[in-house]
Design a protein around this ligand. Sequence first.
Ligand code: FAD
Length: 334
Amino acid sequence: MTERNSKNVWVFVELREGHIAPVVLELLGEGKKLAQGLGEKLCAVVLSDGADASLAEQLGEYGADVVYSVESPLLAKYTTDGFTTALTELIRNERPEILLFGATHVGRDLAPRLAARINTGLTADCTSLALDEETKDLMQTRPAFGGNLMATIRCPEHRPQMATVRPGVMDKAACDKAHKAELIRVAPALTAEDIRTEVVETVVKKLTEIPLTEARVIVSGGLGLGGPEGFALLRRLAARLGGAVGSSRAAVDAGWIDPTHQVGQTGTTVKPDVYIACGISGAIQHLAGMKESKLIVAFNTNPDAPIFEVADYGLVGDYKEVIESLLEKLGEGA
Ligand code: FAD
């Protein structure tokens, strides 16, 4: 869309098993700042098979001024076609200025399809968002050239300005029980013929460990562990501290640990209270995913390893010796 009668900041509300995905609260926090900067409203958009009043109430408490509830039995489950068609219609009718998605599997699938459909730009995987002081255009910043520099991208000619934002990067919106959203229910002109795929079954993977984005302590390992057995030691420390195990990409590439543990630019972005890096050099792409941790502790045999530049506490030495003595001090014999 090239018309400039657009207004308001929208956040796409991804639902998981009927619950709001955590990244949505982060988008609402950032969206609120943008909406205040524009002097406009923050709107949350939910697509489902029926309005859930408690959901709208919750979105209001996290800062949404308006909740659009787009309802159709055809939206009971996520499909690219169904969600694209229904959202395209709403965007054409309501003309948002900015539209934000989480850079999740769903957000990464839906946002580009939608951007192409409504002829606007999309910046994927943003790590920060701001408004240009003069033009009020959205300044969308993301890593570029293998993470070696940050690029700020704008979309001056088309609306809405669309961005996906990586989970775990922005702060969650504050909850204000007194803040209420206006609920607007919308019936889209969506037919079964619009949807070319059928969701036959959804298989939910049962998590046996704390997800990286929710862990308050992360014990992370890299190539310096020397082999997959090093992660067994890290797991013991993580269990003792009630935390999760992370890794560098090199350790994942070596086949020592599952990719879901990878922290960094192409892995998960984390902001735990404590991040313990063991045998990780501190490449820029790894730092991109953990440098906002509240406290960083590094164990590395090389005193010149870049990880020490971001670490609050560093110990030059063999990770194994350090962790074994830590476990001993914590009351678990190594
Ligand atoms: P190394 O760099 O080999 O470091 C191993 C460290 O272990 C060294 O500092 C060494 O001194 C130390 N060490 C050795 N023995 C011991 C010991 N006994 N005790 C303690 N320390 C010891 N990387 C990521 O992590 N996440 C990403 O998301 C990511 N995305 C990328 C995206 C792109 C486009 C590219 C090009 C690269 C990406 N990388 C990513 C890879 C990144 O550039 C590095 O190659 C990687 O992070 C290095 O992993 P590492 O620190 O485990 O290994």
